[in-house]
Design a protein. Sequence first.
Lengths: 532, 336
Amino acid sequence: MRKSKLLMATLLGATMLASGAAQSKTLVYCSEGSPEGFDPAPFTAGTTFDASSKPLYNRLVEFKRGTSEVIPGLAESWKVSSDGLEYTFKLRQGVKFQTTEFFTPSRDFNADDVVFSFERQLKKDHPWNQYTAGIAWEYFDGMSMPDLIKSIEKVDDNTVKFVLNRPEAPMIANLAMDFASIMSAEYAAKLEADGKKELLNQQPVGTGPFKFVAYQKDAVIRYAAHEGYWGGKQSIDDLVFAITTDASVRQQKLKAGECHVAAYPNPADLEDLKADANLQMMEQEGLNVGYLAYNALVPPFDKTEVRKALNMAINKQSILEAVFQGAGKAAKNPIPPTMWSYNNAVQDDPYDPEAAKKMLEAAGVKDLKMKIWAMPVQRPYNPNARRMAELIQSDFSKIGVGVEIVSYEWGEYLKLSKEKDRDGAVLLGWTGDNGDPDNFLAVLLGCDGVGGSNRAQWCNKEFEDLIQKAKVVSDKAERTKLYEDAQVVFKREAPWATIAHSVVFMPMSKKVSGYVMDPLGGHWFDGVDIAE
Amino acid sequence: MLAFLIRRIGLIIPTFIGVTIAAFAFIRVLPGDPVLLMAGERGVSPERHAALMQQFGFDRPIYEQYLDYFFSALQGDLGNSLVTKRPVWDEFFTLFPATLELSVCAIVFAVAIGVPAGIYAATRRGSWPDQTIMGTALIGYSMPIFWWGLLLIILFSGILGWTPVSGRISLLYFFKPVTGFMLIDSLLSGQKGAFSSALSHLILPTIVLGTIPLAVVARQTRSAMLEVLSEDYVRTARAKGLSPLRVVGIHALRNAMIPVITTIGLQVGVLLAGAILTETIFSWPGIGKWMVDSIFRRDYPSVQGGLLMIAVIVMTVNLIVDLLYGLVNPRIRHVR
């Protein structure tokens, strides 16, 4: 009896949904993988954020679409104390959480939600710190937030104060990141009362432009427009993620009209997609950099002239053609051109093997033998590290430098390449987290990163002073100047050969309008419309 | 029969223990660990690495971890995925119906075409139809699945537009899964066109996954049939003036089917291996794709739990085949 009732209810519900679906505007996005979950904070993958933080949630501050500039989100305004230690946020009022099949909110968003969203990550003894087995706050911890944040206080229902242990200018940009998405404390309390805490990660509720409808593992995620969204209801009624891991299959689906937007096309398919009369192609330089980091602690790479000479021997143009197949742009700075404070006045090292050879001789280096580490995986900033290493090997052989290419399993590669006495130069790269130059320059080239994320093991006082100063001043113009100067020092000292920034392509149906590419690599569907 | 049954089941116990050891060891001998892979370029400090390893229980002695896994597995607890934080058991059974549905269709496809083709080739031994069938079977057997799948998609979905590119059902249809089998669920949903949509989505993946078993079944049927057709009793049947259809279809086929049944049983392992690639190409949400993703992420609980479940399924199917074989061929029960 119960079974047949259940069946009837399912049938009825499904029929209603199907009849609704027939008249509604649906946008189908062919995504590249499955989300790890729907609570963004414990995860690090862009694929997870595309499916969770972006459609479902908001943050106190947001990145202005298409830029890495920070604008008000759930906080209408904020003040930073003169010592840079206190950030006070005035919260937006009248913001509704989504009403779903599994939860009906009884109140609007307020300060309790903000405190809950952060304290669960900050406090080890918080009841939600370990709400499901094996959970870790990867980004929050990885960005050193536990050391940085002293406390988060509710001043009143509409005001929240963050107290820091030290001044940190990139703090605001950090709060626009996915891990800082605001959850509903009321929903959490309900789940806790029901003894079903783990559902926070499976049946999400947020304040974002779309609400969660259903997820069929590894196949389809369905969202519907959030009627009460504070930014206004979306033009599309339904948003569907059709999970399609193979790039060639995504291409075919797009061409067959089975999806309207597809992620990450194969470089080899770009021409075919561009030639399709029903499709349009958007492109943008990714917020990333691919580099070759020398080990500045090991001779002869401790000499600037040697590093500089090697840089001049690399033919970047041939790498762009062979490895990036047109989907890349030569890099001259350690930060990408779409990032604020990018110093366009910096001159790249010219490709000049003859001059490079002479420089090496002048530096007293003869018959140099070295290793180049090639990553075993494809990354956005380097689609084929092995091929890249082979091209550099051939370039270096022209100036009499012998190269042996080595590689390790990805996890090992990341670990071993950190070691201070590492033998050889390592191919690696970085994709920005929050659009702040500090996230590139301090992480990848700061003295604290030696033996860690600073693969060049390069610690330069002049550079370090500039980036440390930029970390604590909050005036953006002043910070810009400091970072521009830091890029000049970087280019002069050449701890890396900067190779390329990838170009990200986004093919979509011509029916789609209003899509804006995100320099941070995310995929956002609010503000997108589709012609019938 | 009972003694035979007990003997066969008795053999499963050491196999099961062997599989748990292999599944447990396999993922651990691969270099790299889940924490490093999770952190990526961002990296993780040695202290935090140690803390996370401890949180996941990977800092304990290896034998302790194994025993924990073994006894939990006996109780049906395969732990939680490191990636999704959900129980491996739930993950497996959410995805398994998709793999099962596809595998059953593929094996039906392989048998429905492979057996008649093999019989036909055997009765026309040496003729051009025989050579064509066997040549095609050889090509089918050697076909790289990935390439074959893409080729079919480009032709039938891209150029001709006859079949959908990928997925299990058109996105227009939306209903909560009841059984997890799309063909059944689409019928239950009562939505017009849902069943035919689910069926059309099955065509290409079935062909791709069924190609290798089809080739194997056709070749095995042909050689078994040839052997049987040269037996004395078949000659006697022919001499008695029975119609060729009766001789081949009844007298010869029954005996020829014995090795073919074994072959079909063995194809279960091949199907599960083929499912990995087929599911990836057709965005088919099954366990093959899930296993590959889990291996790449060094998701220890998912890999060791998933492998164990797959092994248990293969063992069970082989046991059933053995028992069937015992029924079909009474000699088996006594010889072993």
